[in-house]
Ligand binder design. Structure first.
Ligand SMILES: CC(C)(COP(=O)(O)OP(=O)(O)OC[C@H]1O[C@@H](n2cnc3c(N)ncnc32)[C@H](O)[C@@H]1OP(=O)(O)O)[C@@H](O)C(=O)NCCC(=O)NCCS
Length: 230
């Protein structure tokens, strides 16, 4: 962690954090695809497509081509879902970062830098769930540029959020992450966050929620209880 520095977001960081955020989210599309490809239902569907096409066309090559086309369409759809999530964030909370994350009470946005370069980010906000407001702060928008991973940066950023919440008298830090964000889960669990809820994503483009249900794609919700002497 020696060469890194964590400080509050400044306007000059704007493009860098939007880029790190976009890349950090969209890189999960392949993991999302693997998740779907592991389903026995997916195997059965691909087999059914193959058999029906073969019965109609009597061509092995054509049937394989149809299955391949189906896989490509699935991949495009999966990529599109992650891209749509990023786009929705870029035109909402990530559009005016200062207004969303620095002006409201008990919110903040930090960047991790290596020299002059922004290489990581995290935010603290009032939780989306109204029942948690006043008691917990929500950790959001954690992302570390690929080249700088594995140096404990996300742990340092998480600690920054926990200390911020503790200094302001909050009892918990909460967050949500998708089931295919394996590195994030490992970081949070390693730091003492406990999984408290598993739900389908609530913020998806049209048609996304039924699809998430069909594919059993969940969001894991975590909670960290701040010790009084933290
Ligand atoms: C999650 C993320 C922020 C971690 O950043 P980082 O600075 O590399 O994290 P750290 O160096 O502090 O810790 C990395 C941990 O993840 C583990 N890890 C890395 N890749 C992993 C993977 N594919 N599967 C499981 N664990 C993995 C490492 O082994 C390490 O755990 P350990 O210290 O117990 O060995 C980074 O991977 C990232 O930006 N991902 C894309 C965006 C994202 O998913 N953000 C989370 C939003 S909730």
């Amino acid at each position: 962690m020696g060469e890194y520095h964590i400080r509050t977001f400044e306007d000059r960081d704007y493009e860098a954090v939007r880029t790190i955020f976009s890349h950090g989210i969209q890189e999960h599309a392949p993991a999302g695809c693997w998740h779907v490809l592991r389903f026995p239902q997916t195997h059965l569907l691909l087999l059914a497509i193959f058999l029906v096409t073969y019965m109609i066309s009597a061509s092995l090559l054509f049937s394989c081509g149809v299955v391949a086309a189906f896989l490509v369409m699935g991949w495009m759809r999966m990529k599109g879902l992650w891209a749509a999530y990023v786009q929705a964030a870029l035109v909402s909370d990530m559009l005016d970062i200062r207004k969303t994350y620095l002006e409201p009470k008990d919110c903040c946005f930090w960047v991790a830098t290596s020299g002059e370069e922004v290489v990581g980010m995290v935010a603290a906000v009032q939780p989306e769930d109204p029942s948690q407001r006043g008691k917990a702060l929500e950790l959001k928008r954690m992302s570390v540029a690929k080249r700088h991973r594995g140096h404990g940066l996300s742990k340092a950023l998480t600690r920054t959020v926990i200390c911020f919440a503790q200094e302001r008298g909050y009892q918990e830090v909460v967050l949500g992450t998708s089931m295919v964000q394996y590195a994030a889960q490992r970081v949070y669990e390693g730091m003492g966050f406990r999984k408290v809820k598993v739900e389908y994503p609530s913020l998806l483009p049209q048609g996304g929620i039924p699809l998430a249900k069909l594919l059993q794609f969940y969001i894991y919700y975590y909670r960290y209880k701040i010790a009084r002497s933290h």
